[in-house]
Design a protein around this ligand. Structure first.
Ligand code: LLP
Length: 418
């Protein structure tokens, strides 16, 4: 999976598949997210193949990139969806994901969200607390339905990733501890409108080792065996998402490495393995295209001011995340160390710091790489900036799959008081 994507230079020009990025910027404007459909398809297939030795279901984690075209592409390949809100349920259904392949996680599901997911017929709810379990039972009983449930267990394993995206440690707000899970499964079994279906974990994101998965899945396995001895059979073991991707050519495991690590643990249990992969499928399948506005040299630093900002791609500002930045046209100019910053009124508004880039001129295009996951989905209208357009490329063709926002969009639903 290392850096496999279809963004590459041809005669000094950066292409997405068969389309020059310059053409997209010319026709659609900047900033714009560009996704390679072929990359998405290939990443999904590789993951699916790696786990082919086990009964499994890949529920694409919609929060990574929720564009309808992205979800629909994956649904057409047989993917399910991992959702965390009524909004994501709506998107997944609109994109054609069969409800029987949708899993619903999150620590703060409202009754309204539970009820619509229940009526839609989702595969299961990943329940995260005792109170939620009881509320779900009541919502189900009011609708005369049975809610399929898995408990999200917090296996207390360190995924060794950024603290903001690490979720499986004891102090995290997610899931329930192993001891509490045993009690809650007993409790769930006694509630009239719940049906126990499985067990769930999600230990964090951008994990670049196999070991935390081996460790946590083996803890879940122990739990499944204990529950079995109490007469509870679980059909699904959901190992969550979190497979990391290379952001700067670092070594990360291949899907087959994960399959090899957890396969033997799950196989003899006879459970269907659920994967909630987001980033690994879409992360390297997208770039954010931006245009240089100004060059600004101060006494201490050189800045490249571009037309994309933290509201378009929040990851550098929020996590100090590294995204490679490539000039769309290679000119072979000498390099210079610069900060690439956006127009937003915050010092934290940067896309790269202390980065060596070929000398740039106003009007030049840059591609912020690996922006397909948690890019557009975390975009906002801060500074009343319009959220960018999204484009999907497939071979020689491309289409705008979400329009750039307009000023009308910006104030939709607002009114001047009184
Ligand atoms: N399942 C659950 C329950 C999750 O909370 C998440 C991500 C996933 C699956 C998918 O994880 P993935 O395979 O994409 O690693 N905004 C952050 C990442 C936050 C991840 C939140 N949960 C970032 O930009 O790095």
């Amino acid at each position: 999976m290392r850096s496999v994507h279809y963004f590459a230079y041809r005669d000094g020009e950066l292409y997405c598949e068969e389309v020059p990025l310059k053409r997209i910027a010319g026709e659609v404007g900047t900033p714009v997210y560009v996704y390679s459909r072929r990359t998405i398809v290939e990443h999904y297939r590789r993951l699916d193949e790696a786990f082919s030795g086990l009964p499994h279901l890949i529920c694409y984690s919609v929060k990574a990139n929720s564009n309808l075209s992205v979800i629909a592409t994956l649904a057409s390949l047989g993917a399910g969806a991992d959702i965390v809100s009524g909004g994501e349920l709506y998107r997944a259904l609109r994109a054609g994901v069969p409800p029987s392949r949708i899993v619903f996680a999150g620590i703060g599901k409202t009754e309204a969200e539970m009820s619509s997911a229940l009526r839609a017929g989702v595969l299961m709810f990943n329940v995260e607390s005792r109170q939620e379990l009881h509320v779900l039972n009541e919502v189900a009983s009011r609708s005369g339905l049975e809610a399929p449930v898995a408990l999200r267990v917090n296996p207390d394993v360190d995924p060794e990733t950024h603290p903001y995206i690490s979720t499986g440690l004891r102090e995290a707000k997610f899931g329930v501890g192993i001891q509490e899970a045993l009690e809650l499964y007993d409790e769930a079994a006694r509630l009239s409108h719940l049906r126990i279906k499985g067990i769930h974990q999600h230990i964090g994101s951008q994990i670049t080792q196999v070991e935390p998965f081996r460790e946590s899945v083996s803890r879940l396995r122990e739990l499944v065996l204990e529950l079995r001895s109490r007469g509870m059979e679980l059909e699904y073991l959901n190992m969550g998402g979190g497979f990391g991707i290379p952001y700067r050519n670092e070594e990360v495991p291949y899907p087959a490495d994960y399959a090899e690590a957890v396969g033997p643990l799950v196989k003899e249990l006879g459970c269907t393995l659920v994967l909630e992969t987001g980033r690994m499928i879409v992360g390297n399948a997208g770039v954010l295209l931006t245009r240089v506005l100004y060059l600004k040299d101060t006494e201490r630093k050189s800045f490249v001011v571009v037309d994309a900002a933290m509201n378009d791609l929040l990851r550098p500002a929020l996590y100090g995340a590294y995204h490679e930045i490539l000039p769309v046209e290679e000119k072979g100019d000498p390099e210079k160390v610069v900060d690439v910053v956006g127009p937003v009124c915050e010092t934290g508004d940067f896309l790269a710091r202390e980065r060596s880039l070929p000398r740039l001129r106003p009007g030049e295009l840059l591609a912020v790489m690996s922006a397909g996951a948690y890019g557009f989905t975390m975009a906002s209208n801060y500074n009343s900036r319009l959220r960018p357009a999204e484009v999907m490329v497939d071979g020689e063709r491309f289409a705008v799959v979400r329009d750039r926002e307009s000023y009308e969009d910006l104030i939709r639903g607002e009114r001047i008081w009184p």
